[in-house]
Design a protein around this ligand. Structure first.
Ligand code: DGJ
Length: 687
């Protein structure tokens, strides 16, 4: 029997043909193999109830090809033909990509339904990641509804059942990790909100039960509309099946005769080790998605939102910019409130001209004042949204997502523009080009503050509104990249409502949460860093009291929390006295010195953010940065992973105190002296 190998950085992924050439079956996913791995064996069973294909680790299946267990493609033709019997329809293509990765394309088809499915697999030579997607083509004279249109599945060979790590949450509580001991049935996470959502992150990790630091298989979905990831325990087979794609409850994709669609990419990662091994493997893979991970698109931000909310005026912003420049800030970003009619969240969205009452001569004087102070200038926009109280809505009430005859519902007093309409997409592109051309703007924060709950047009095929919206969002983001390469894009959706691999491919940084209270933030960042890298994690220092996190914390504490990612400041700088400003300037200078290590280094998380003490370690070459926090009185000695036992290291603490340590001592644990109130930073360099 033929097999095909996709070598990965330190292991391999091997597939073969399923019985009857009905698709591809997994032979091996994980570390290196010495000999050719055998085809998967079938468990004993009552043969008349379950077919082989239901028990084999298939790479992609359709309802109809297998019947008992979950399938990734569920199709129904308008003339009533239901399900698909897929089998090989041509030569399997096995080739090498320009970057040295391996490509495998398996053409499958159902001649009766006249539907073709090309299954694509790809390896990435410097990573232990396989990406997988499908192109589904309708060759029949009838429309085809895809009740589920996913690009295949990954079978994680965990043994019977698995421990599944998911990240769930809510607004201001994003990316909270949980472990589910899954011994039977299906675990399903997802979003029906038209955006990735605060509710769950589209990434799950499976491990053998009770083995927290052995083999791990993690799967992430690159999709920013409604979605679902399903983890199925296939009884008596010894693996869990992880599949995902666009949500199959809130939307249906329709393929007109002669058309095709390509599913979102599902990325599967194998790692050996604990949660940090998985985190670092994802982080390095995500460098291949980003256009850069350097400081040019990760400037130290000042953002006006928490200081001024909707009360933006030229004079006030200029004064804030004056102070921000003195602190070492690199880009000054005016958040919500700068455009016509935006006096509160009840009006103005859609009317993207500078408010003449607030900025009578437009944005240029403010951008100029910011540039004179040596900073870049940035702006907040929410292109997909419109307030009913706006000229845009009054002119184009039909542009919002709606169902004919059903009353519209506002959330945060706004509707969502149906970006999937070509005229709306063109308008958004024109608006962004006009705004970005109106002043020297090199930073754009793209926000999105509500779920797309009212989608669904009434024309046939209109059920793919979230699919069309999401693709249009991608096209507009890609237009920004191509036409305005100097513009750094920060992606935001009321905090972390739209973060996934597809967004990270098209933006530079993301805003993980609106919660900036430092204890809460540490927990959110801990979960975020388990999948997404520090160089994408925008994090600001803000003033107390926080809305949710009432625990007092010093300015130092808040700076050390923000230094764990891409540091920003969102405080009311005019309320800061000279001492506070000097302290902040010190922190910014220190951060600028260490940020290459924070952004480029290997992450190690020590302890838990809600424990007595917690630390993050970033190691890059001969340098290590340790950020540490504690609850009052907690002690901590950080075992500096990766230190050379024979080496000597200089350690510079936040207080300025310097000491020397041997690598042996560092491995045993670096005691934290707590330079500030319950926090510290250590900069280590090998001598
Ligand atoms: C939600 C964002 O997450 C905040 O940072 C801020 O930009 C507000 N929207 C503005 O309306």
């Amino acid at each position: 029997m033929s097999t095909w190998t996709l070598p990965t950085a330190s292991g391999s992924y091997v597939v073969g043909l399923a019985p009857g050439d009905q698709g591809l079956v997994l032979h091996h996913w994980g570390g290196p193999v010495q000999a050719e791995p055998p085809a998967p064996s079938l468990p004993r069973r009552a043969a008349s109830f379950v077919r082989d294909l239901d028990l084999l680790p298939m790479e992609a299946t359709a309802l109809g090809t297998r019947d008992v267990h979950a399938a990734e493609i569920v199709a129904r033709r308008a003339d009533g033909v239901r399900g698909l019997r897929l089998s090989l329809a041509g030569e399997i293509e096995h080739g090498v990509e320009d970057d040295g990765g391996t490509r495998l394309v398996c053409p499958l088809a159902d001649p009766v339904a006249q539907i073709e499915v090309d299954l694509h697999l790809r390896s990435h030579p410097s990573h232990d990641v396989i990406t997988k997607w499908a192109t589904i083509r309708n060759r029949s004279p009838h429309a085809v509804e895809l009740l589920r249109g996913w690009g295949g599945a990954f079978e994680a060979p965990t043994g019977a059942g698995a421990e599944i790590e998911v990240r769930t949450g809510a607004w201001s509580r994003e990316t909270t990790p949980s472990l589910v001991d899954l011994t039977a049935g299906t675990l399903s996470v997802g979003s029906r909100q038209g955006i990735t959502s605060h509710t769950a992150a589209p990434a799950v990790t499976a491990r053998p039960r009770g083995v927290p630091d052995g083999d791990a298989w993690s799967v992430a979905l690159a999709w920013s509309g409604s979605w679902r990831l399903a983890v199925d325990v296939v009884p008596f087979v010894g693996s869990v099946r992880i599949a995902g794609g666009p949500d199959d409850e809130s939307g249906i994709l329709t393929l007109a005769p002669g058309t095709s669609l390509t599913t979102p990419v599902l990325a599967g990662l194998w790692a050996h080790g604990d949660g940090d091994a998985v985190a670092n493997a994802w982080h390095t893979y995500q460098r291949t998605l980003a256009r850069s991970s350097g400081p040019e698109h990760r400037p130290v931000v000042y953002n006006s939102w928490y200081a001024t909310t909707f009360d933006v005026t030229l004079e006030h912003q200029r004064e804030l910019a004056e102070v921000a420049a003195g602190l070492g800030v690199e880009v000054f970003v005016v958040d919500d409130g700068w455009f016509r009619g935006r006096t509160s969240d009840r009006s103005g969205l859609g009317d993207w001209e500078p408010d003449p009452a607030k900025l009578p001569e437009g944005l240029a004087p403010l951008a100029g004042a910011v540039a004179e102070r040596g900073m870049r200038f940035g702006l907040w926009v929410e292109p997909e949204a419109v307030n009913p109280d706006s000229d845009l809505y009054r002119e184009h009430p039909d542009w919002v997502h709606h169902v004919d005859g059903r009353p519209l519902r506002t959330l945060r007093h706004q509707y969502v523009l149906d970006l999937g309409r070509p005229d709306v997409e063109a308008w958004v592109i024109g608006m962004l080009c006009r705004v970005l051309g109106s002043a020297d703007i090199t930073y754009l924060k793209w926000d999105m503050n509500r779920a797309i709950a009212d989608g669904g047009q009434t024309e046939p095929g209109g059920d793919d509104w979230a699919w069309r919206h999401t693709h249009a969002y991608y096209r507009v983001m890609e237009m920004l990249r191509a036409e305005f390469p100097q513009v750094t894009v920060e992606a935001c959706a009321g905090g972390g409502g739209r973060i996934d691999l597809a967004v990270l491919e098209r933006s530079d940084v993301v805003w993980p949460s609106d919660e900036t209270g430092p204890r809460d933030r540490l927990a959110i960042q801990h979960g975020f860093l388990g999948i997404y890298p520090a160089w994408t994690m925008s994090s600001w220092v803000t003033d107390e009291p926080d809305i949710l996190d009432g625990e007092p914390a010093s300015l130092d504490f808040r700076f050390v929390v923000a230094a764990a990612g891409v540091l920003g400041i969102g405080s009311d700088l005019l309320a800061w006295d000279e001492r506070t400003r000097a302290c902040a300037a010190d922190h910014v200078a220190r951060y600028r010195r260490i940020r290459d290590v924070v952004h480029g280094g290997r992450l190690r998380r020590h302890g838990s953010p809600d424990g007595a003490a917690y630390a993050l370690q970033y190691a890059l070459g001969e340098r290590v940065v340790v950020l540490a926090w504690r609850r009052s009185g907690g002690a901590l000695a950080v075992p500096v992973a990766g230190a050379d036992p024979a080496g000597r290291y200089r350690v510079l603490w936040g207080s300025g105190e310097v000491e020397e340590r041997t690598g042996d001592e560092l491995l045993a644990g670096l005691p934290v002296p707590w330079s500030w109130d319950d926090c510290d930073i250590a900069e280590l360099v090998r001598l």
